[in-house]
Design a protein around this ligand. Structure first.
Ligand code: EPU
Length: 338
């Protein structure tokens, strides 16, 4: 195992923050990972995979372990479905493209989400009406303290909106090493109900879409709204959409009848944070090298040399403005590394 010193983390986080790792190593197999976890001279570890959902605000003094475990395996299949196990270090979008080449359905709405497969369950990634949990069967995760690998079923993962066991009780305790999905091989259940997808398919005059058509529509929508991290550092939605109670919602819509919203349940409503932030006048603004993306106010961007603390300060400014104007608290979706 090679331990490198003073490595820049810029290319390992999609925000492109130039923090340093005092110690750094890359693991290419679960065996490597087990070995690294046993290294007594580095009792604490910081795990990084696709680096797509984190804002690093300082140099990392402990051993940074980059998870780069690759591989895909069909565990079983019938005429209708396939059970596919994917190792944690596989790039998410490449996995989606591979499933489409093989005509396996279920992941198409989640095309072009940055990051790796192993981190997808942590925040139950989702887009355009579909979440990871919809095709998730189980995942394997290594316990950091013991090196033991445990299988987590869907129930064990306690998935919620951008949430799971791994963001709560399990936080900092496990490293996900693989994820197993159940995908369809025929009679794919398409989810084109999300307004933007149906509009995009209509625009392309596609009446009977295939899973590839849905993926292409999602790619077109995302490319028009969301910045490509390889061109402009970002971590997707920086904030979660706030969920408010019916009485808060009634009060809110009385004052803002044109605001978009989604009904979550009889008593809860989700209000798009992007709309709230735009109303506060932040969309497209730039403060030094930190900014708010011009096409989607939910996305904070790094124009090149912003530090994590500068992005964080901007996030706080936005949260305060939304609180003052709407009396609604918005919270970050990304992990802030302090
Ligand atoms: N809106 C604005 N101004 C903005 C942005 C959005 O007014 O600057 C309005 C839109 O007009 C629309 C509503 O807000 O009426 C919702 O916008 P959009 O469809 O773009 O979705 P979102 O709620 O802002 C969520 C996810 C995205 C995901 C999209 C599509 C969260 C935190 N974000 O965004 O996820 O791609 O829905 O499903 O739930 C991510 O997590 O990184 C991410 C990009």
């Amino acid at each position: 195992m090679i331990i490198q010193h003073n490595i820049s983390l810029k290319k390992y986080n999609t925000f492109g923050i130039s923090a340093k790792a005092k110690f750094f190593c890359e693991v290419n197999s679960t065996k490597d990972l087990e070995e690294v976890l046993q290294l007594g001279e580095y009792p604490e570890k910081f795990i990084i995979s696709g680096g797509s959902n984190m804002l690093i605000t300082k140099d990392i003094e402990v051993l940074v372990v980059h998870i780069n475990i690759k591989g895909k395996e069909i565990i079983s299949e019938t005429e209708e479905q396939v059970i596919l196990k994917v190792m944690a270090g596989e790039n998410w979008h490449n996995l989606v493209l591979w499933t489409l080449e093989n005509d396996y359905g279920g992941l198409e709405n989640m095309s072009l989400i940055p990051g790796n497969t192993g981190t997808a369950p942590i925040q139950n990634i989702g887009a355009y009406g579909v979440e990871l949990k919809d095709t998730f069967v189980s995942c394997e995760a290594m316990e950091i303290n013991t090196g033991q690998v445990r299988t987590f079923t869907k129930e064990d993962c306690q998935f919620g909106y951008r949430d799971s066991y791994f963001k709560n009780e399990g936080k900092g305790k496990y490293i996900i090493t693989s994820v197993t999905f159940e995908l369809s091989k025929k009679n794919h259940l398409l989810n084109t109900s999300y307004g933007a997808i149906s509009q995009e398919l209509e625009k392309q005059a596609i009446r009977n879409p295939t899973i590839k058509d849905v993926s292409n529509a999602v790619i077109a929508i995302r490319q028009s709204k969301l910045p490509d991290p390889s061109q402009l550092g970002n971590s997707g939605s920086f904030f979660k959409n706030p969920v408010v109670s019916k009485s808060e919602f009634d009060d809110f819509t009385k004052h803002h009848p044109k605001a978009p919203f989604y009904k979550v349940s009889e008593d809860t409503y989700k209000i798009p944070a992007g709309w709230l932030i735009e109303q506060c006048g932040f969309k497209g603004k730039r403060f030094g090298d930190a900014g708010i993306y011009k096409n989607q106010a939910l996305v904070l961007v790094n124009y090149n040399n912003a530090s994590g603390s500068e992005i964080l300060a901007l996030a706080h400014k936005i949260m305060e403005a939304v609180q003052d104007k709407f009396a609604i608290r918005i919270t970050p979706e990304v992990n802030i590394i302090k």
